[in-house]
Write a protein that binds this ligand. Structure first.
Ligand code: FAD
Length: 763
């Protein structure tokens, strides 16, 4: 999480987690510029390293060997990581438009989104061919192909379209892996056949004749049917037709050619080349807009036409970093002149590789080992991070205004923000900042809200309809993730959880927020992002935001006082007491958020674990509570800070029962067990562990690998409920159908025994 003490002065937004941007992130992580905030927006949490992709396909590497974890890398760099798809730019207002979140403001933008398959030009290709690009999506397509071949009873024919280095290397890797797979299954490896189509006379047209001959020989020896001068002109299910007149039947058609720029770039006004790639100058700056840079496949250097290859994207990382630094600091940019010749190491699938550079070419198993060494060394840069000195040290603040170029007004605001840091915490956010941020939000309108945000007064006035009771709750916590929008979503969902757990419907909410001081535009933006996320959740719950208070504070924090309504009938309330012996205990969401976010703060959690945890945290308990009621729930609560054990004891005590929990049945978030096994727990864990005396057989169970997780504090956790045993299985099925896919029966309610400790663990 971003923990810089100095105010944010400039936003550098990186679109796409390609090979150049991973270099930028690492470099900024090693040497940040005080006051410059990085944000990475990428569709994927794990981005593939193209150099090792064929080795992964061939089965020599695992998924994690060949993917860079953007979540961890961004955390190391102190960057905000927004997992989303960029759909456009508003260059006038300097905003990046995203598919699933509000637009993201930038001062400086860099684009590294790779290339996009251009299948549209060939009839039938879109529906019937598997595009290798974008490579970040290739993994799922490859795994699906692998499984189809395994399940295919007879022989399978695979056609690869495109015989550049990517196509040839991929074909040989796929062939190696599929043959090995069939052999392991006891089937004939010759049952998988390959065709390679190229529009030109030669394969590997950008390499020297010696290298081409070597690969011609390898393809021949491996029985690959090569179709030269055979541009594919039409694809239909299971069949492709080439300009040469050839027609080939194929079960799988893999497309490794004709890549272009993403369609959304056409509407940005940026100058694009004939294939839709962004035209950049020698500074990797777009020729159109000095605030926008581009690198990798998506960039087209006007003075240096380059092949689309990961090696160039990697090499552009350092000059791109340098020019982004210079641009934000207002110094002269530095020209980058790519090498005319480069070394390509192309593998043949079987741990053998060919080196190609200009007119040179050599081959061997040792070349593969050499390539393997180079590739693993590259990946280590993004897997192992040095411990960094605390960039938030107070001394760093003083130098802040000197590093980033600011206008006079901005300098004043920055200086006052620093002063605020020194003593003014808790002050109110400026009225115009608040008004601007909130004016863009549209809270849901309810007829029972008499005075709310649209007609503000000293306080909100809300009517309690006749025959209804009002249900109150409040929650407040610090941002645990470097993404104000998603934090806002989680904070609102967490607060509403208490209402759903009582069986109430949400009515209104007031917000309390603290935002770190800084330039007004930055404070306003953070507030807007955070409240947008929160409002989305409140509106979805038909809960009217009727007021709030925002102050400046050291850290971003948000909480809500929420009010709900329930019929004036005690039987309608879902209470913690009420459990009956024999009931089944149901948990609707997996646990582990405490340990996962503690690990995230230490760079010890995988980005995809954090992503999955966030998705779980924004899943509302509203429908789950209604479902539980329909199955005769006898008691219910939502899991939050006290963890599973703490909340269970809160239920057994008033119910005057005991309970048994099956540790092996507990639904866990991905990575939770690994994190506690590594000894990483939340700072709240020790307080929760005090309750261990409630466990009757703790000595017998303390060594169980899941034991620490019963103390793990949850944020926006699931519902823990007791349901009559005979209806429990149907209830689980219904909850899963509603989207609570991890719902599980985790134990049962026992009659109160003589022992003081009410909880028994098993599993
Ligand atoms: C099978 C295969 C093997 C290859 N082998 C090699 C090789 O050995 N050596 C080599 O040099 N090259 C190789 N290449 C080519 C190489 O993959 C590409 O040139 C390289 O990936 C380009 O890197 P990049 O950084 O430009 O973009 P990419 O690596 O494609 O990364 C782009 C990133 O941007 C993200 N993104 C895309 N669109 C959006 C959006 N709208 N919003 C947000 N994020 C977005 C993607 O999720 C991805 O993380 C191979 C290609 C293939 C298909």
């Amino acid at each position: 999480m971003q923990s810089h003490e100095q105010p944010v002065l400039r936003d550098l937004v990186l679109v796409g987690g390609g090979h150049s941007h991973v270099g930028v992130l690492k470099a900024f992580g090693m040497r940040p510029i005080p006051g410059v905030r990085l944000t990475l927006i990428c569709t994927d949490t794990d981005t593939p390293y193209s150099g090792m992709l064929p080795g992964y396909v061939a089965g020599h590497y695992s998924f994690d060997d060949v993917h860079i974890d953007l979540g961890r890398l961004a955390a190391f760099a102190g960057a905000r990581f927004y997992r989303d798809q960029v759909t456009g730019l508003d260059r006038v207002n300097r905003k990046v438009l995203c598919r699933h979140r509000p637009a993201v403001s930038y001062d400086l933008l860099s684009i590294n989104i790779g290339s996009t398959p251009q299948l549209q030009g060939v009839p039938g290709a879109v529906d019937n061919a598997i595009a290798v690009k974008p490579i970040a999506r290739f993994n799922e397509r490859w795994l699906a192909l692998l499984s189809r071949v395994q399940q295919h009873p007879d022989s399978t024919t695979v056609a690869v379209v495109g015989a550049g280095a990517g196509g040839v290397e991929l074909l040989l890797a796929m062939q190696f892996r599929l043959r090995q797979t069939l052999m392991h299954m006891g089937r004939n490896p010759d049952n998988v056949r390959f065709h390679l189509f190229t529009s030109s006379a030669d394969i590997l047209p950008t390499h020297n004749p010696g290298v081409r001959q070597r690969f011609d020989a390898v393809l021949k020896q491996r029985g690959v049917q090569l179709h030269r001068h055979a541009a594919v002109t039409q694809v239909s299910p299971g069949r492709l037709m080439a300009a040469s007149g050839e027609v080939v039947d194929a079960d799988e058609i893999v497309w490794v050619t004709r890549a272009g720029g993403a369609d959304w770039l056409k509407d940005t006004g940026l100058a694009l080349d004939a294939d839709g790639f962004i035209q950049v100058n020698d500074h990797l700056q777009t020729v159109t807009d000095p605030h926008i840079f581009a690198a990798g496949d998506i960039a087209s250097m006007v003075n240096y036409p380059l092949e689309k290859a990961g090696v160039f994207a990697v090499r552009q990382g350092p000059p791109l970093t340098e020019n982004l630094r210079r641009s934000v600091q207002g110094t002269a940019l530095k020209a980058y002149h790519p090498q005319r010749r480069w070394l390509a190491l192309i593998s043949t699938g079987d741990k053998f590789a060919v080196a190609s550079r200009g007119w040179l070419g050599f081959a061997g198993a040792w070349v593969w080992r050499w390539k393997d060494w180079i590739d693993r060394r590259f990946m280590r840069k993004f897997q192992e991070f040095p411990a960094m000195p605390d960039s938030a040290a107070p001394g760093a603040v003083a130098s802040t205004t000197g590093t980033v170029q600011l206008s006079a007004e901005e300098s004043l605001q920055a200086i006052s923000a620093i002063a605020m840091r020194c003593g003014g915490c808790g002050a109110k956010v400026g009225a115009s900042v608040l008004a601007n941020a909130l004016s863009q939000l549209r809270p849901v309108q309810r007829s029972d809200v008499l005075i709310g945000l649209n007609d503000p007064d000293d306080a909100a006035v809300v009517r309690v309809p006749p025959g209804m009771l009002m249900v109150h709750s409040v929650d407040f916590f610090r941002a645990f993730v470097n993404d104000p929008y998603r934090f806002g979503q989680v904070a609102a969902n967490h607060a509403l959880g208490d209402l759903w757990a009582m069986g109430a419907q949400a009515q209104s909410a007031t917000a309390i927020a603290t935002v770190p001081p800084g330039l007004e535009s930055k404070v306003e933006d953070v507030l807007f992002q955070m409240m947008s996320g929160a409002l989305e959740v409140l509106n979805e719950a038909n809960c009217a935001l009727v007021g709030g208070h925002t102050g400046e504070g050291q850290e971003l924090a948000l909480g809500f006082a929420v009010n709900g309504l329930i019929a004036d009938d005690p039987t309608q309330l879902m209470r913690k007491g009420g459990m009956q012996p024999g009931d089944a205990l149901i948990l609707t969401k997996p646990i582990g958020t405490g340990t996962l976010f503690a690990a995230h703060a230490r760079l010890a959690a995988k980005g995809r674990w954090i992503e999955a945890a966030l998705q779980s945290m924004v899943l509302s308990n509203r429908a789950g509570a209604q479902c539980l009621r329909g199955f005769g729930v006898t008691a219910c609560t939502d899991l939050t800070g006290f963890g599973l054990l703490g909340h269970l004891v809160e239920m057994t005590r008033p119910s005057n029962v005991d309970a048994e929990i099956d540790l092996s049945a507990l639904p866990l978030l991905d990575g939770a067990q690994e994190c506690v096994a590594a000894g990483i727990v939340s700072s709240l864990q020790s307080a929760n562990v005090r309750l261990r005396r409630a466990v009757r057989n703790q000595e017998a169970m303390v060594a169980h690998p899941r034991y620490p997780l019963i103390f793990d504090p949850q944020t926006a956790g699931g519902l823990l409920a007791s349901v009559p045993a005979e209806r429990a299985q149907d209830c689980v099925t219904a909850l899963r159908a509603l989207g609570y896919v991890h719902t599980t029966i985790i134990g049962r309610v026992l009659p109160a025994g003589d022992a003081l400790a009410p909880i028994v663990l098993c599993g």
